[in-house]
Design a protein around this ligand. Structure first.
Ligand code: MN
Length: 140
């Protein structure tokens, strides 16, 4: 998708969203990412849809301006470092504060899909860290 510098309404056709497997250094398990929209001259928000198969999750990461997740299907888990894991379900909205280490993904038994929206700072909306081992994922 190209940046949109104009003042005109732009429709991004469904078929033009880039779709790719979640990279192995950023995700564990089977993950499909759909880029929905990128930051442009009018704003710094970008968004994507991510589909996690059961057991799949992100690596630990942070967002410079935080992140909003909207769960569109299934059941998943999200955890902030040092805090209890939360269960999230279809329709739930998650707000993640800036510069807060966390991971999110499917639960062990259910797939989960969410829309993820985050602002960019200096062109980046995420800092990736280490993968989440099974013990931490399972809350052990
Ligand atoms: Mn996140």
């Amino acid at each position: 998708m190209e940046p949109n510098p104009s003042n005109e309404v732009t429709v991004i056709p469904f078929d033009e969203a880039p779709r790719f497997a979640g990279p192995a250094d950023q995700f564990t398990g089977e993950v499909q990412v759909e880029s929905l929209f990128h930051a442009d001259l009018a704003g710094t928000n970008g968004g994507g849809m991510v589909h996690f198969q059961p057991g799949a999750r992100t690596a630990w990461h942070t967002h410079p301006r935080g992140q909003t997740l909207i769960v569109t299907e299934g059941e998943g888990w999200i955890q902030q470092e040092g805090k209890e894991r939360h269960t999230i379900r279809t329709g739930d909205v998650v707000r993640i504060p800036p510069n807060t280490r966390h991971w999110h993904g499917a639960s062990a038994a259910s797939a989960m899909s969410h829309i993820a929206i985050a602002e960019s700072v200096d062109g980046s909306s995420v800092t990736w860290m280490e993968l989440v081992p099974n013990s931490a994922y399972l809350g052990q």
